[in-house]
Design a protein around this ligand. Structure first.
Ligand SMILES: [Zn+2]
Ligand SMILES: [Zn+2]
Length: 275
C-alpha cells in the first residue's frame, strides 16, 4: 500500500499541476497523499512544548499545576497533548475520519510519541519492559512492588452519542484512538484497542452549565459497557481535544468506579491556560 502511495506521489510530483490540495488550507500540494497537510500549515500548528500542567497537560503560564486543575483536579492520572488548541489544528483534528487515514496517522503518531515522552515507563511496563526488569528502580511501581510482566495498555476512545455519530458519520476520537493504538504497537507495546469500552447518552446542553454542573452532567452521560472488564487495568483514554477537561474526567471516573488501576487521557490538542 505504501509503495503504491509513494509511486502515486512521485507521479503527481512530476506533473506541474497536482490537482490535490492541503487538507487544511486547500493550497496545491504535490506529494499528496504522502503529505496531506502543506509545510506552511504544519508550521502554523502550535506544539505543546515548554511549560505545561503537571496534571492535565495543557500549556500553562507558570510552572506546576494550571488554574483549572487547582480548582478541581481531573479524575484521570495524567493528561497529555502534542498540540495547543489554536488556529487550524482543532478543526483539522475534527476532520480526522475513516478514509482520511493518513491524517489520522499523522495525529496518532504525534499523540503516541508525546504519550511515550510523558509516561516514559510505559515502554517498559507494556512491552519491551519484560526484558528490562533488572534495571532498578525501573520496573518497581509506586507501591514498591515489581510490575507484572507483560501488562497490557487498554486504549479506549471517548464515545459520542449514537445520534451525533449518525449525523456526522464518524467519531473522530475513535479514528485517533485506533491510529494511536497502531503506533504504540509499532513501538513494541502490548495494546488492547477497545472502541466500545464506554458509551454516551444524550443529556442537556452542556454550554449553559457551571463547571461543577458540567462535571456532574458529563459523568451521568457516560457509561462503562462491561464493568467486570476493567479491574486493575491501565487505560489510555483518547479524545480529539480537551477544553475544560470535564469529559476526560467523567470518563476516567467511570473507569475508576469499575476498578481500573490507572487512567491516562491523551488528546490531539488542549486549550491553553487562560491569561
Ligand atoms: Zn496548507
Ligand atoms: Zn491542569
Amino acid at each position: 500500500m505504501s509503495k503504491l502511495l509513494e509511486w502515486l506521489a512521485r507521479f503527481r510530483a512530476r506533473n506541474t499541476r497536482s490537482g490535490f490540495t492541503c487538507d487544511c488550507c486547500e493550497c496545491e500540494i504535490f506529494d499528496y497523499p504522502l503529505h496531506r497537510v502543506c509545510a506552511r500549515c504544519e508550521k502554523s500548528f502550535l506544539e505543546n512544548t515548554g511549560r505545561f500542567c503537571e496534571k492535565c497537560g495543557r500549556k500553562t503560564l507558570a510552572e506546576g499545576i494550571c488554574l483549572s486543575c487547582k480548582r478541581e483536579a481531573p479524575a484521570f492520572k495524567l493528561g497529555v497533548s502534542p498540540f495547543v488548541y489554536f488556529g487550524e489544528v482543532a478543526s483539522l483534528i475534527n476532520r480526522v475520519k475513516n478514509g482520511n487515514r493518513r491524517l489520522a496517522c499523522y495525529f496518532g503518531e504525534r499523540m503516541a510519541t508525546r504519550f511515550l515522552e510523558a509516561v516514559p515507563e510505559a515502554k517498559m511496563r507494556f512491552g519491551e519492559g519484560r526484558y528490562a526488569v533488572n534495571e532498578f528502580p525501573l520496573g518497581i511501581g509506586d507501591d514498591g512492588k515489581r510490575w507484572k510482566e507483560g501488562e497490557t495498555l487498554y486504549i479506549a476512545p471517548v464515545p459520542t452519542t449514537e445520534e451525533s455519530r449518525r449525523a456526522r458519520g464518524y467519531n473522530q476520537a475513535e479514528e485517533l484512538a485506533q491510529a494511536v493504538a497502531e503506533q504504540l504497537v509499532e513501538e513494541g507495546l502490548t495494546i488492547a484497542y477497545c472502541p466500545n469500552a464506554l458509551e454516551k447518552r444524550e443529556t442537556s446542553e452542556q454550554k449553559k452549565l457551571s463547571f461543577s454542573e458540567r462535571v456532574k452532567s458529563a459523568e451521568e452521560a457516560y457509561r462503562v459497557q462491561d464493568r467486570s472488564l476493567w479491574k486493575d487495568r491501565t487505560v489510555l483514554l483518547v479524545d480529539d481535544i480537551m477544553t475544560t477537561g470535564a469529559t476526560g474526567s467523567a470518563c476516567a471516573r467511570r473507569l475508576y468506579k469499575a476498578k481500573a488501576k490507572e487512567v491516562f487521557f491523551l488528546v490531539g490538542a488542549s486549550l491553553p491556560e487562560k491569561k
